[in-house]
Design a protein around this ligand. Structure first.
Ligand SMILES: Cc1ncc(COP(=O)(O)O)c(C=O)c1O
Length: 512
């Protein structure tokens, strides 16, 4: 054991001191310097309130809201608040909207898919058998910018993911999605907005077509569901569209709650009940839950509940107005930075920066080099690899910005950092994965053959993309300082190889 590690049986003070030491290496979760992952309202009082509420609920078990009725009461309030915000209060539009509190966006998306799949199976027993005979599965229709949680859902729930390509600007044509609808589609997903581009998909047109065909239609508003209701000039993207059968919105994003809370709403009780798992067919207590987990913490729910009651719609409106002002100012500023552009037409608190391909290469600002450079100014923006779609159209690699209320406080500094960083990297071409590609080929890996953990690690080290491993027991690993070369691997290697390398990298970071 070294001086850096903590022995078992340590005093509480030592344990907490060690945790504080470890936290020093984390990116700052408050203050607006990290424009991804974290959603800081800028209101310190909300943090205190959330901590106290979380502590008050710490010992509860979310497994059973009948034993602990406070859980049911808090969930009722959260579902009711979000339902109203997302236009689900009007029962004349397609019936009663009901729902559940889940642990986050991914769980809400997974449950939306599972629910739709089970409904599809019930409604299509013969088609299911016919598809199975041809070794086919029902389809989950998404677009290239739909969140990866739906790819995970397709894998977990035995659906074939059918990805509709986007246009070059990241938008997707309603007709492209509608053209994919058919009786073997269990669910079509549209986003409001899509995380990679910040654009809202054509919800009205797609949900109308889905309704006419009797197909389930989910709106993934996990990211923007608690900002878009108060964002200026948006299309009707929510439950006011009668063809929208489910919708998800994360309280742990623009709800400003700590991580661990999202809401999934369904149109109609029948649909919602399909989300549940219930069994009396084992020797223990009847297990009946609407979520993927069994025993679960109620602290995130209590914290979200407290924040929603403190802010109310008026509070969310005020915070959203700040995000909208910042988004507008950043878009204006980017327009004046030669070689850099905003990708497509975002609506809401996300946008992606791309190289302006209308200017000569020597004047372009590569967004991944920009992201690496702006880190020197203390800002983190998120690298997004480019994507070559099934029709050959390549969506550009980009840098994602999540704009939160605290962005406004740092706007002049952030815009100056963008400008200065752009000046430094202008003309530097996108990083290349050519060494990794050569190594991969030499070792015989391909689309069909992914490397083993040991081989993946060898390649990562060879190309200088391996993380710094823990120096001492009980210390986490750290990613390479420059992410552009790593992102080039993600973009340029065959997907199975890139996925094996990134899996290895992440696994090693926390391997003891
Ligand atoms: C549109 C969208 N859907 C789903 C998710 C997944 O949410 P989570 O990370 O909370 O699981 C995200 C996360 O960013 C998102 O932006």
């Amino acid at each position: 054991m070294t001086e850096h590690s903590l022995t078992y049986g340590s005093e509480p003070g030592e344990v907490l001191a060690r945790l504080r030491d470890l936290r020093e290496f984390d990116a700052p979760t408050h203050g607006g310097r990290v424009l991804a992952y974290v959603y800081d309202s800028g209101m310190g009082e909300l943090d205190h309130l959330a901590s106290e509420a979380a502590e008050a609920a710490r010992s509860l078990n979310g497994l059973d809201p009948t034993t602990f009725p406070s859980i049911a009461a808090m969930e009722q309030d959260l579902v009711s608040f979000v339902r109203r915000a997302l236009g689900g209060d009007d029962r004349r539009v397609g019936g009663r909207v009901v729902g559940s509190v889940t642990s986050g966006g991914t769980e809400s998306c997974l449950l939306a898919v599972k629910t739709a799949r089970d409904l599809w199976r019930d409604a299509n027993p013969e088609l299911r058998v016919a598809l199975a005979r041809e070794s086919r599965m029902p389809r989950l229709v998404v677009t290239s910018t739909t969140h990866a949680a739906f790819h995970k859902a397709a894998q977990l729930f035995d659906l074939e993911i059918d990805v509709v390509p986007c246009e070059l600007d990241g938008s997707v044509r309603a007709s492209s999605i509608v053209g994919r609808l058919g009786d073997d589609v269990a669910l079509v997903v549209v986003s409001a907005p899509a995380y990679p581009s910040g654009a809202i998909d054509p919800v009205s047109e797609v949900s109308k077509a889905a309704l006419a065909l009797g197909i389930s239609c989910h709106v993934d508003a996990c990211f923007g569901g608690l900002a878009l209701p108060w964002w200026p000039d948006t299309q009707t993207w929510d439950l006011r569209n009668p063809g929208v059968t489910s919708i998800s919105a994360d309280l742990h994003k623009f709800g400003y709650a700590p991580k661990g809370t999202s809401v999934l709403l369904h149109r109609g009780r029948t649909r919602h009940r399909k989300q549940f798992f219930a069994t009396t067919e084992w020797a223990g207590y009847p297990v009946v839950n609407p979520t993927l987990l069994g025993s679960r913490s109620v602290s995130p729910t209590a914290a979200a509940w407290a924040i929603v009651h403190r802010l109310g719609a008026a509070g969310y409106r005020r915070l959203t107005a700040s995000c909208a002002r910042s988004a507008h100012a950043i878009e204006q500023a980017v327009r004046e930075i030669p070689g850099l552009a905003v990708w497509g037409s975002p609506t809401g608190p996300a946008m992606a920066l791309i190289a302006d391909e209308s200017v000569p290469e020597s004047e372009r600002v590569d967004p991944h080099h920009l992201a690496d450079e702006i880190a020197q100014h203390g800002f983190q923006i998120q690298h997004q690899p480019g994507l070559t779609q099934s029709n050959g159209v390549r969506l550009p690699h980009s840098a994602h910005l999540t704009i939160t209320p605290v962005t406004e406080r740092l706007l002049p500094e952030f815009i100056a950092a963008l400008r200065d960083s752009a000046t430094v990297v202008r003309g530097t071409p996108q990083a290349s994965a050519s060494i990794a590609l050569a190594a991969m080929r030499a070792l015989g890996y391909s689309e069909e053959r992914a490397p083993s953990p040991a081989a993946a690690w060898r390649i990562l080290r060879l190309v200088g993309a391996a993380p710094k491993l823990p120096q001492h027991p009980g210390e986490g690993g750290a990613l390479p300082q420059k992410m552009a070369p790593l992102m080039a691997l993600a973009e340029q290697l065959p997907a199975p190889v890139a996925q094996a390398l990134l899996t290895e990298l992440l696994a090693r970071v926390s391997e003891p």
